[in-house]
Design a protein around this ligand. Structure first.
Ligand code: ARG
Length: 248
């Protein structure tokens, strides 16, 4: 098994130290980025990810992709689709990631990918990646507990199902399993860019991921690590987490 590493947060290259993946067979993707706006640059960054994910599925393996933010999930889903697999989405995240460009008050791109997967702002990224958008009832949002008002409003009237890690109701068909590591309670996960307390424990998240993997329905795994470069002994828990998730 190998791990596809996209060592970026949006279009910013992160230090290798941000991804403690020792002991795993890592294939980094580090294309040259064009000038342009951030969406164009991210699209260019994701192109080889789309191709690599499709190639691995065509070859009979389950892609495992690690990166610095949740936008990468759009590339992974586009790659899964390119390989002819019609996947639903299971999205582990402390946040909703269901902003549109207009509803986001922060302007943070990583707060928008799930909504783009569901059909918003498709010209910015989905169309560039060849991503077919998903009906809302094919997406499940797991343990999202820090929603901005516009996100709460959208989710209240959408068909996106919400559940806790201990009781994930899986959508139909093959799955893209997306894990933002910030779904874990911030007390157990040091150095997060968007820490949120009141969440499930490390053990509960890993156990949930193992149960989902054991269904045999996961077509691709996407792990987003929106954390700062390591300080102190951050590496110990990060190394263990990445290994636990990627070998679940
Ligand atoms: N997956 C994440 N870490 N998302 C952070 C989003 C934070 C906030 N909701 C925003 O849009 O600005």
């Amino acid at each position: 098994m190998n791990v596809t590493l996209l060592p970026y947060h949006q279009d910013e290259r992160l230090p290798d130290a941000s991804f403690p993946l020792s002991g795993l067979d890592v294939v980094p993707v580090t294309p040259d980025l064009p000038d342009g706006d951030v969406w164009q640059r991210v699209a260019a960054l994701f192109e080889p990810v789309v191709a690599e994910v499709a190639r691995q599925i065509d070859g009979g393996s389950m892609p495992r992709v690690v990166s610095g933010d949740c936008l990468t999930a759009e590339a992974v889903l586009a790659g899964v689709q390119k390989a002819g697999v019609d996947a639903s989405v299971v999205w582990f995240d402390a946040h909703g990631d269901v902003h549109t460009v207009d509803s986001s008050t922060s302007g943070y791109l990583g707060g928008m990918p799930l909504r783009q997967i569901l059909g918003a702002d498709t010209a910015l990224l989905p169309d560039r990646l060849g991503l077919r958008t998903l009906p809302e009832d094919r997406a499940v949002l797991v343990d999202a507990r820090d929603l901005d008002p516009a996100e709460a409003e959208f989710l209240a009237s959408s068909q996106v199902r919400r559940c806790p890690v201990d009781d994930v109701v899986l959508p139909p068909g093959p799955l893209l399993l997306h894990i933002d590591v910030d779904v874990i309670d911030a007390g157990e996960m040091p150095g997060l860019k968007f820490p949120v307390g009141g969440g499930p424990s490390y053990d509960a998240v890993v156990a949930s991921v193992r149960r989902i993997m054991a269904t045999g329905r996961v077509a691709a795994l996407d792990v987003a690590c929106p954390w700062h470069p390591p300080e102190g002994d951050d590496d110990a828990v990060r190394t263990r987490l990445l290994k636990d998730l990627l070998t679940a």
